[in-house]
Write a protein that binds this ligand. Structure first.
Ligand code: HEC
Ligand code: HEC
Length: 337
């Protein structure tokens, strides 16, 4: 009995001391309307994310954006962002050839042809105004959203700015950095021999993928013609449709390869169904045109990449290490309704 009292005393003492220290600190009662700031976390091998100083990230702002993302109230015809950007499919869609909403906080060119330039806030404004034509009066009058907009942005008169800011906060928070590749980078898991070999192909002149799909985000945020066409009409003209510059014919934004296993079909028009078909394209299907990227036609590649069957399989195995099933299931990104 005595022994247990002694133990209790010994173990409780430090706690009491710690607690008693706290007594001297001023007691801060947060005002009811205060917002909780959020500091995003991402690996050191990611570039620094440029934040919008006018739109500081908060728990409440991200939560509001998440509601809006999954709500048909934004459109006037039953659509919602989450319909074509499915969490389980890496925020892309097997049906529509939508671009994945992961790590968009680093983006500065949006859509396949880069029509929208600026930060995520700008991209969201485009979606709200030009794509969904959101009825802002209906949103302002919503009993569900009004208090939320007042809390986060201090206004009941919702404009497309507040809507896009809230969406942007949520989208900025969707960070994918928990693939097998990331665990390998953190020394938590090994890659198989095949995956390692595929990584070498990816990272060296042998495959040359890293120039445009630059790790850790696996995109260089730039535009290239990767040789999938020899004729450039309609959407296939790509960046040319935005700039009108013939040097941009057939150029598209290098998409991220993170979660690529989940985002078939591939390319801006979904012409390839499998990663094997994509690798075959780079290996031996490149169309040489005046705007094709010089990387595609280096002298050593006169006859394609010359990868063996095993090497092609290794490259695909490496691409599959970029699948992040944590972000595809994370509760904080899921449909809140
Ligand atoms: C009907 C399907 C559909 C819906 C609904 C939809 N999107 Fe998309 N989204 C797409 C497609 C398809 C693309 C690629 C289009 C392109 O680049 O021309 C895309 C691309 C994007 C991009 C560009 C991503 C990048 O990497 O460049 C952003 C940002 C985006 N959508 C945001 C949204 C938001 C926000 C909503 C809701 C307000 C939304 N989308 C609703 C299909 C959809
Ligand atoms: C010169 C730049 C460049 C190089 C080098 C390059 N890519 Fe690409 N990649 C692109 C562009 C641009 C696209 C989108 C093209 C389009 O949609 O028409 C793309 C698309 C893809 C896609 C489909 C992505 C999606 O979301 O649909 C995959 C997969 C891919 N590349 C893998 C690779 C691999 C593997 C290599 C190395 C063998 C490689 N890329 C080398 C620029 C490049």
């Amino acid at each position: 009995m005595r022994k247990s009292v002694f133990i209790l005393f010994v173990f409780l003492l430090p706690i009491i001391i710690v607690n008693s220290c706290k007594k001297d600190e001023p007691i801060v009662v947060p005002p009811a309307s205060s917002l909780t700031p959020v500091q995003l976390e991402y690996p050191s091998y990611f570039p620094q994310m440029t934040l919008n100083p006018d739109n500081p990230l908060t728990v409440e702002g991200i939560a509001l954006g998440r509601f809006l993302y999954y709500d048909t109230i934004l459109s006037n015809d039953g659509r919602r962002c989450g319909n074509c950007h499915h969490q389980a499919e890496g925020f892309s869609s097997y049906a529509a050839n939508s671009l994945a909403h992961i790590n968009l906080g680093w983006g500065n060119h949006f859509l396949w042809n880069g029509l929208v330039e600026g930060d995520v806030e700008t991209a969201m404004k485009f979606e709200v105004e030009q794509f969904f034509h959101t009825d802002l009066v209906r949103l302002s009058n919503s009993a569900f959203y009004q208090p939320k907009f007042i809390q986060v942005f201090g206004t009941a008169q919702v404009t497309s700015k507040e809507v896009s800011y809230a969406l942007a906060q949520y989208v900025r928070s969707i960070i994918s950095c928990n693939s097998k590749f990331d665990r390998y980078k953190r020394y938590e898991e090994n890659l198989t021999l095949s995956e390692l070999n595929g990584m070498t192909i990816f990272y060296t002149e042998k495959g040359d993928c890293f120039h445009c799909h630059t790790p850790g985000l696996f995109t260089d945020e730039s535009f290239h013609n990767n040789g999938i066409d020899s004729l450039f009409v309609g959407v296939n003209a790509g960046r040319y449709n935005v700039t009108g510059n013939s040097a941009d014919l057939g150029k598209f934004k290098s998409p991220t390869l993170r979660n690529i296993e989940l985002t078939a079909p591939y390319m801006h028009d979904g012409r390839f169904q499998t990663l094997e078909q994509v690798v075959d394209h780079y290996n031996s299907g490149v169309h040489v045109t005046p705007t094709v990227d010089p990387i595609m036609t280096k002298p050593a590649k006169l006859y394609g990449l010359l990868l063996s069957t095993q090497e092609k399989a290794d490259l695909v195995a490496f691409l599959k290490t970029l699948t992040d099933t944590v972000s595809t299931h994370q509760e904080q990104f899921s449909d809140p309704f």
